[in-house]
Design a protein around this ligand. Structure first.
Ligand code: TYD
Ligand code: MG
Length: 452
């Protein structure tokens, strides 16, 4: 095959040029030209559509003969995938180095490999390293086959012969296409290689896992288009140094997003944590200021987590607002509300917030807990140890109800909590009120000041 012609297209305006230049001649933007394959008759035939022949059909005529989902055998992974692996779907898994992407996929292939043909393509490790890991994890070493290759054309040629039902590419940043001249990992390379792999998956019905590296900012390296091309995007969360790892679905064409899967990293690989609700609680011997438990609901189940705050005199003119696991702007907003509607000023204080265990909370139901923790640390007065709090705070100083309030309350009661601060609109009916629990219903931020 003759080498296809290269073109340089502008990421800002989409114009195509024959030569690279620092500035796009069309729109005048700087540094926006990236290498791409010039569209000719031959290439556009290769690069259109996933589905083979194009024809308009009735939905009623489309048969779903094959079982559309296949359980991976790893419960928490099935949960984030929305109930199992869909044939022909493409799943992108991102995460920090050393968080356990390769470990998880090795374990997944080992369990899936017993039921279907599986292929692990690695561009990062040698065959010996992968085999060593499989043996160390105590998995069967005949459950899936291995390939070290980074050229996407050769990967696809070999995969066409092998005909796997599930395939892993570890990682997409090491894969390159011969069509382009830029180095592996470059935006154009990642996009082009991924496009070819996605097309293969759709045409052959192969389930495909792509491992993606993340940048320092925590987003997937390479183009954003990668997230648009695939069906499901999963992110690993948690500290590489900690025991617990979480996988969050940030996009899923076949299930709910923001579903959270929980794992513990052990000497024998990742183990699922099936009852995770209390794993993130650090148990203090006696009450300490600045700590409170909240009940969040990430995905489909409640999770008890500890919010810690440290408020300390600031020695700079620009006091620090630092959050780990929560939105920093949210903290600034809450402190402003506390000042305006509660009369407590912290403009000369550094405020640090941390969620224990490296969990990231994306919902606003942690607002009340965050403010209570700040107040407790500011006044050096501990809150009762068996107290939980949840609720959203609005700019007018009101405390708004959160979804599934009753379920959260129940979960806290189940774990022996005896005090709960909740929005008044979340107050359950008398017959649903948990016994042995003192429920404090609040409506305004000013009412939080009296809680201790
Ligand atoms: P790895 O899965 O290679 O991470 P990634 O592919 O995301 O870069 O490695 C995960 C880390 O977990 C590594 O630092 C070693 C550790 N680990 C264990 O603690 N137990 C195990 O059984 C395995 C295989 C790895
Ligand atoms: Mg790896």
């Amino acid at each position: 095959m003759a080498k296809p012609k290269l073109a340089y297209s502008c990421t800002a305006c989409g114009a195509s040029h024959n030569k690279w230049a620092g500035q796009c001649g069309d729109c005048g933007a700087w540094n926006t030209l990236i290498e791409s394959v010039a569209s000719t008759k031959e290439t556009s035939a290769r690069f259109t559509g996933y589905a083979g022949q194009s024809r308009i059909q009735n939905m009623a005529d489309i048969s779903l003969t094959e079982a559309p989902r296949h359980a991976t055998g790893i419960g928490e992974l099935d949960r984030v995938l929305g109930g199992g692996l869909v044939h022909g779907s493409v799943i992108l898994i991102g995460g920090d180095p050393g968080i356990g992407k390769s470990t998880l996929l090795t374990q997944t292939l080992a369990t899936l490999g017993g039921q279907m043909k599986a292929l692990y393509v690695t561009g990062e490790e040698s065959l010996q390293q992968v085999t060593l890991r499989v043996r160390r994890l105590g998995l069967r070493d005949d459950s899936f086959r291995l390939l070290t290759e980074t050229c996407v054309e050769r990967i696809l040629a070999l995969a066409e012969q092998e005909k796997p039902k599930v395939m892993v590419i570890d990682s997409i940043q090491t894969v390159y296409t011969e069509l382009l001249q830029s180095a592996p990992g470059a935006v154009a390379q990642v996009r082009e290689a991924a496009a070819q792999l996605v097309r293969f998956a759709k045409q052959t019905g192969t389930a495909l896992f792509l491992v993606g590296h993340v940048t320092k900012e925590g987003t997937l390296a390479g183009p954003r288009v990668l997230e648009h091309m695939v069906d499901t995007v999963l992110y690993f969360e948690g500290d590489a140094g900690e025991r617990y790892r979480m996988i969050r679905a940030v996009k899923n064409r076949f299930g709910a997003v923001n579903e959270l899967g929980l794992f513990a990293m052990t000497e024998t690989g990742l183990k699922t944590v099936s009852n995770p609700s209390a794993i993130f609680l650090s148990r203090h011997d006696e009450p300490v200021p600045g700590s409170i438990i909240t009940v969040t609901r990430e995905g489909n189940r409640p999770l008890l987590i500890e919010v810690q705050a440290l408020v300390d005199d600031s020695h700079t003119s620009n006091p620090r607002r630092v959050t780990l696991g929560l939105d920093q702007n949210r903290l600034s907003l809450l402190l402003a509300v506390l000042h305006r509607h509660g009369g407590i000023a912290m403009y000369d204080q550094d405020v640090f917030i941390n969620i224990v265990g490296g969990v990231r909370v994306t919902e606003t139901a942690a607002d009340v807990a965050m403010l209570l923790a700040c107040l407790s640390s500011f006044r050096s007065k501990p809150l009762p140890q068996k107290m939980i709090a949840f609720g959203e705070i609005g700019l007018a100083g009101e405390i708004r109800p959160v979804p599934n309030g009753q379920e959260r309350l129940k979960e806290a009661a189940k774990h022996g909590f005896t005090h709960a601060v909740i929005p008044r609109d979340n107050l359950p009916k008398k017959q649903d009120m948990p016994t042995d629990m003192e429920v404090i219903a609040v409506k305004r931020v000013s009412e939080l000041l009296d809680i201790h």
